[in-house]
Design a protein around this ligand. Structure first.
Ligand SMILES: [Cu+2]
Length: 496
């Protein structure tokens, strides 16, 4: 069976015989690169008494995609499809008024953000139709390319697929002083890379045939543009890559040049690193700087991707190899400096030391369960003491793609099995792809915001898996507090 997403309803249609074999559609269509890349607008905000306020409205609309006879029912924030780019500085207090004009509950999760659990926008903060949600917090973390998307209980995949997603850029002293292309939409490009499958009526269609790790669409879009090109006017361009797909993992590369990695999902890395390719699973981000020659045309590609197991590629799109975005360089390119940036004044505060870890927890992902349990909104799985540094050992024991995302914190990968992580996994991150049967040791510190009544989430970011229960909850509490969400009897956590 397949789920066709019409404008406001979910219709079931009979599966094609091809889809019945349990494999996702894996061939990506070849398209002409003739549409100018859409650059999401920077969301307007007001600044009053140190509070930067944004307004967002989740709404339904429609979008005409090239080569389609019929407009596609899509959702967006303040738009027919996708949402504006939010931007704030470290130290600012941000506030939001978020209206839900859809006819079902949604939510807005600030992926990668350090913030109070009640502001996190997970399944405990759903916004009912016609209601307004007003979260607020003070930004206190390094400059980074984060994003926002819905996280309603059991319906995250569908809401993201319909188009509710946008980028959230944070700036700080180091990013402001960096020698990095920073002209938004010109040489500093937000790139939300997604795939979609269309049904016979040109509507988005989620597979419901048991495909792993979810629907792999045959149409690639960047910022909602299919077959996109971007004019280049400088000799280097910064790409803020976001894998905004629900299931597809990409291996981004250029056919003929290296890329310089400058930031992972949680912020700038210690020093630039040249890479031939970078793998990004759903929810992961990276910032790269790419050199261009005058007058050339070149395409960013996604190459066949190593998903960590010989059985995985054929069933999970790993063999796909396709173009993503075309760059058309002008005959004269303005020069830019070599990428570099100063150390942030907050660097000592932000550093997390392995020697400070007071606790190690283990997480095993298998069959839509984490540690043998499916998500239960009334169960607290882990209780963490505020201020503690911990190591979370995470592994998937199943030969299908899984990943691990932790709300509230950015972590550092200490080791993968017993080895040091590669450079693209060595910086601050909040989401990591889990190659099967490998042990990822993640180091993090739970600063601020103790709240015994409201949990944060950790989960697989393959959104079908998340919706089907591959998620758990943790609370952050002060010493002496007790978890008030409700602990299972066999899962007692003593906190002194
Ligand atoms: Cu998963």
């Amino acid at each position: 069976m397949r789920r066709a997403l019409a404008a406001g309803s979910v219709a079931l249609v009979v599966a094609s015989s091809l889809a019945a074999c349990g494999m996702s559609t894996s061939a990506v269509r070849t398209v002409a690169f003739e549409q100018e890349l859409r650059i999401p607008e920077l969301a307007p905000s007001t600044l009053e008494n140190g509070v930067r306020t944004f307004e967002l409205t989740a709404r339904a609309g429609e979008t005409a995609f090239p080569g389609r006879d019929t407009a596609t029912g899509t959702w967006g924030f303040d738009d027919d499809f996708l949402g504006p780019t939010l931007r704030a500085k470290r130290g600012e207090t941000v506030a939001f008024e978020i209206d839900n004009t859809l006819d079902e509950n949604t939510s807005v999760h600030w992926h990668g953000m350090h913030l109070p659990a009640e502001m996190d926008g997970g399944p405990h903060q759903e916004i009912e139709p016609g209601q307004t949600w007003r979260p607020t917090w003070t930004v206190d973390q390094p400059a980074a390319s984060l994003w926002y998307h819905p996280h309603p209980h059991g319906a995250t995949e569908e809401h993201v697929y319909r188009g509710l997603a946008g980028m959230f850029l944070l700036d700080d002293d180091a990013s402001a002083a960096a020698d990095l292309p920073a002209d938004y939409g010109v040489d500093d490009l937000p790139l939300i890379v997604q795939d979609r499958q269309f049904d016979d009526d040109d509507q988005f269609e989620l597979s419901a045939d048991g495909s792993e790790p979810g629907t792999l669409g045959d149409t690639i879009m960047v910022n909602g543009t299919v077959g996109a090109y971007q004019q280049v006017t400088t000799d280097r361009v910064r790409l803020r890559l976001l894998n905004g797909s629900t299931a597809r993992t990409y291996a981004f590369a250029f056919p003929d040049r290296e890329m310089t990695l400058v930031a992972t999902g949680g912020g700038l890395i210690d020093a630039p690193v040249d890479l031939e390719r970078i793998r990004l699973a759903p929810g992961e981000r990276a910032e790269i700087v790419v050199p261009f020659e005058p007058g050339e045309t070149v395409r960013l590609r996604s190459e066949s991707v190593d998903l960590g197991g010989i059985l995985i590629p054929a069933t999970a799109g790993g063999n796909d190899d396709f173009d993503v975005l075309e760059f058309r360089a002008a005959d004269e390119l303005a020069p830019t400096p070599d990428p570099s940036w100063p150390r942030s004044v907050h660097a000592d505060h932000d550093a997390v030391a392995e020697a400070d870890a007071v606790n190690t927890r283990e997480f095993v992902l298998n069959t839509r369960q984490i540690n043998g349990e499916r998500m239960d909104m009334s169960r607290t799985d882990e209780v963490v003491r505020v201020g503690d540094t911990e190591i979370w050992e995470v592994r998937s024991t199943q030969a299908i793609p899984h990943s691990f995302h932790i709300h509230d914190v950015q972590f550092r990968v200490l080791t993968i099995d017993e080895e040091d992580p590669p450079p693209e996994l060595a910086g601050r991150k909040d989401t990591i792809y889990l190659e099967p049967n490998r042990r990822y040791r993640l180091l993090m510190r739970f600063e601020d915001y103790a709240d015994p009544e409201m949990p944060y989430m950790y989960h697989c970011h393959m959104l079908l898996h998340e919706d089907e229960g591959m998620m758990g909850q943790f609370v952050v509490i002060e010493p002496g507090q007790e978890d008030a969400v409700g602990l299972p009897e066999d899962h007692a956590h003593a906190v002194d």
